[in-house]
Design a protein around this ligand. Sequence first.
Ligand SMILES: Nc1ncnc2c1ncn2[C@@H]1O[C@H](COP(=O)(O)OP(=O)(O)OP(=O)(O)O)[C@@H](O)[C@H]1O
Ligand SMILES: [Mg+2]
Length: 609
Amino acid sequence: MQTSGKRKENKAKEMSRSQTIAFFLRGSVRFFVIGVILSLLVALLDMIGPKIVQYTIDYVLGDEAGPTAIAQAAITAAGGREYIRTHLYIPAGIVMLIAAISALCRYLYRVFSSMGAEKLIRRMRDELFAHILRLPVSWHAQNHTGDIIQRCTSDVETVRNFLSEQMMTLFRVGILVGFGLFFMISISPALTAMSAVFVPIIIGYSVFFHNRIAASFLKADEEEGKLSSIAQENLTGVRVVRAFGREQYERERFETQNRGYTRMWIRLMAWLSAFWCSNDLISGSQIMLVIAMGAVFCVHGRITVGQYIAFVSYNGMLLWPVRELGRVISDMSKAGISIDRIRYIMNSEPESLRTDTDESLGTEPLDIVFDHVSFSYDESTEVLHDVSLTIPAGTTLGILGATGSGKSTLIHLLDRLYDLPDDGGTITIGGRDIRSMDRHALRKYIGLVLQEPFLLSGTLAENISITKPGEPDMDAVRAAARVAALDETVSRFTDGYETYVGERGVTLSGGQKQRTAIAQIVMADTPVMIFDDSLSAVDTQTDARIRHNLRERTAGSSVILISHRITTLMQADNIVVLDHGRIAEQGSHDELLAHGGLYRQIYDIQTSY
Ligand SMILES: Nc1ncnc2c1ncn2[C@@H]1O[C@H](COP(=O)(O)OP(=O)(O)OP(=O)(O)O)[C@@H](O)[C@H]1O
Ligand SMILES: [Mg+2]
């Protein structure tokens, strides 16, 4: 794993395709090099078998004159011509031995290339995951989760196949064809020419065909994506589907999509079958031509019987790999798209966690000042306009405002989940611009209960003590749960604090989740605590109890409370009323009531029944 500083250097310039590949190949390239060496060995060994058969037929069984020096040496080494004639199992045994060594090399080739492939894919997943974790929230808001997952799974798979299978096949077949052609030419250049004429035809036809149907494959992938998103939507939204009685509609939607998808694959398969049949025809013609012309050459004495048999073996040996090559070359074009999709993630600028002026913010609350803060998520609509407010150290600020008035945005800016542009005013803590602060230190200083809390898979205790590494300190967990009025609820669970929550655990109610999130922040015990509408899902009595507990527990900390309920905020030292991203009023509860503005109106409505 790289240090963040080093990674930052990497990010300074965008990685090109080849740089991306080189980056991911670090650590696995040696396995692929061994794989290439092994395939060289396999190709060489495969060439020897037909040669032995040829020598045996021509010089041992037959009376061909003038064996080559190599053939003569081999025959002598095996015991001489007469001896081999009466002991024919010798050449047969050698052929089998070579086949066995070749099989062993093939096995090792597979082992090494799979090791390379697995190491490669592990590195890709690790690097992508680490990088995605560091990308800003705004990046995540712009990119669909499904798409990101697709890039991290099927695109990663495509790139892995490209490097570990397609590139390796290219090397393997290249070596095999090179050796094969050499041996074939040494037997008969004319016959080799006839055989080789078909090679570009077979590869060209295959590339042409696969390129033609590439669009259909892409479409089939998209259709599959649509099908799974219907299924996924129905699984996650099962309650909505049931509540609105949409089962029939959803079923038909799924069946229509499924029907279209099936039809598409049937058509694709028909095309593929046609391709393979025609390809078989071309290859079959090539074999027949070589056999027929070889026989003619043989009869005319241009080649010997042994050479004829060896030639036909070499030809057969090359045909399949050449056909494979056509498919691989066309598949390789897909890898480019996948690499680009992965590069998009790797080249996205991550949040910088460390800055040069890195220093801890300490454990004491400091004054927080928003100075003429304006912000928009996109260029068109400004969400906050010229907001200026001060939260003196150790005081409580209440923020009231209609939905969409910018309350959450304000605190997301303070926590640097979104960054304030240079011309958008300043936010300072203890007089220091938060832009110059280390995000990690900032987030350790500010405890934030998000409006939509999310629990990670694990036990309740692990979730509550999420900010403390290591085994949960159960006394502290219990104390935090008591403050959040969660202790009674937990005592009703059979497993208590060991209850498993999160994706595959017990489903907590909205209020229980909120209170768990409050307990998390209480446990973190940060100098600044922010509660974004964190008491919305609890009844007024529990709300009052939690606020009472919090006041005791957070005495001395700066607190920001966001709520739609005036009772939740009224004890705050200062209350800000946000209206369409502007501060409409601010002051204490009594001041605001006396002022008779928006706050007063909301108060009257909330207390009138
Ligand atoms: N990630 C985002 N991208 C674009 N626009 C956003 C984003 N988040 C919020 N907005 C918009 O910004 C405005 C303010 O949203 P914000 O979440 O700050 O409101 P809020 O006051 O917290 O509302 P609520 O009381 O409903 O939580 C809204 O109009 C919303 O549509
Ligand atoms: Mg909000």
